[in-house]
Design a protein around this ligand. Sequence first.
Ligand code: PAF
Length: 276
Amino acid sequence: MKVIQRIAELRHALRQQDRVAFVPTMGGLHAGHLALVHTARAHGAPVVASIFVNPLQFGANEDFDRYPRTLDEDIAALRAQNVVDILFAPTVAELYPEPQGFRVQPPDDLGNILEGEFRPGFFGGVTTVVLKLLSCVQPRIAVFGKKDYQQLLVVRAMCRQFALPTEIVACETAREPDGLAMSSRNRYLDAAERAEAPRLYRELAALRERIHAGARDFPALEAQAAQALAAAGWQPEYVAIRRQEDLGRPDGGAAPLVALAAARLGTTRLIDNVEI
Ligand code: PAF
């Protein structure tokens, strides 16, 4: 696996490649990321992964400074998989050599709800860097995890609306044995919080069971799950039952649903979702 920092060198290494499979990440790699690179390998070659902690997608009071930066460990973990050909790890100065005045503006109905409501500017920052990374790598496919369900939909819609030649492939959420969704931010949790953290998934899974059993009062189900989290010491931001296709509110039809949640446990903000 070659580690490349410069855009010009990356372009040179990928010249005449038209089956590139790409996995963008912010590093702090865990088994979920490793599953993404194996999915990429199943869809194309060469496989390019990127590690870049994107300042544009962090709000002023968010965790940009403390976000895990573990490049040496990440390189070793990727090398051990033996499926990644190039790791693109640009510096901030390489990717943003001048102030990034041109930005992607996601549509309000997808970009300003749920995560976008609680993290203003987040999806603008994500789509701007993803567009730029896609421009650098020019992959045929790119792999995104369902753990960041809304991000997956936002990026897919961006590629569709800008007619980008990259297909977005979704990968299932990787979970710890107790159900906790794998996340680079799990390492912020202390021992007591780590023991408590799987409750987020348990509440979403219970919600899915109630819907499978016929419950249809979605606002009541959302409120019950949020209350259960609050009673256990969490600060829930949202619990929402939405259509999988566009994250619109269910309208009583047969459209497949997804239950999504974000909540704070101590100083750590966790998100998760289950498809229904
Ligand atoms: O999901 C992430 O790790 C980031 O949002 C992404 C897609 C790499 C963009 O910075």
